[in-house]
Ligand binder design. Sequence first.
Ligand SMILES: Nc1ncnc2c1ncn2[C@@H]1O[C@H](COP(=O)(O)OP(=O)(O)O)[C@@H](O)[C@H]1O
Ligand SMILES: [Mg+2]
Length: 263
Amino acid sequence: MPRAEDIVFPRQRERFEDRRKETHQRKLLDEFFDHGTLLAVSRLVSHGLIDSIDFPVSTGKEGGVFRATKNNEFRAVKIYRISNATFRHLPPHALEELRRESSVRNFGGLIYAWTRREHTILGRLKHAGVRAPLPFGHYRNVLVMEFIGTSDGAAPRLQDALVENPGALYEELVREIGRMVRDAHLVHGDLSPYNVLWFEGHAVLIDVAQSVEREHPAAPALLRRDIVNFSKFLGRLGLDVDPEEFLREVGGDLVGPPTPVSE
Ligand SMILES: Nc1ncnc2c1ncn2[C@@H]1O[C@H](COP(=O)(O)OP(=O)(O)O)[C@@H](O)[C@H]1O
Ligand SMILES: [Mg+2]
């Protein structure tokens, strides 16, 4: 089994000149890379999905995203924290679905199922031609996917990006959300400028684990909320968008439980 210190932040470990950085890194190691997670990571290494975890891209309450390397290519590794806090922020409909799907009772099991769910949904999105990270694999609470960015770093979230042409962004969103609804049969449900990356003039959808089937009873309200959020964001960028039209353009009429056929 590869040693943890050879996999997680291997390069930074050689440099000890910056004490503060070192303390920060120790803290991250303690927070995210508990024994079980380290085992999961080293399993992904021995299965050839990554060579090393290089540095954190984002760390939050539910988990962290790290840049990783495989040969001379970058990958992104998302690690869900194994704790009750992880599910505190999740929408109840998604949790319900997960419980039904996975028949697991304990938190660890739920988190593994949640990780698998994100992997499966990313696969469905790729298959439908939606711009989203390509999933490479998962094990326990660790997901490996395509890294959206360059050697200069991860692509910015729309929230932080400089969008020069809001009209073009609107077209991007209509296309990607439309494909998600029409071809992948899914509603994202947590779409916001925080969960869309802006990369080389294209919108890339991320953070998809809470997505639901478009037939789900909650799907119409979730899609509407996603669309209203983005209409407001586009409004702040100076583009006047009619949410009803936006909703129609992404195939909103296809969303919701099938209407019963009357006799
Ligand atoms: N595949 C990826 N490539 C590059 N950066 C990513 C990727 N996935 C996530 N990120 C970065 O990590 C952040 C958190 O990821 P996200 O999936 O939204 O998790 P959460 O919001 O649950 O913490 C994103 O806002 C983005 O900056
Ligand atoms: Mg997010």
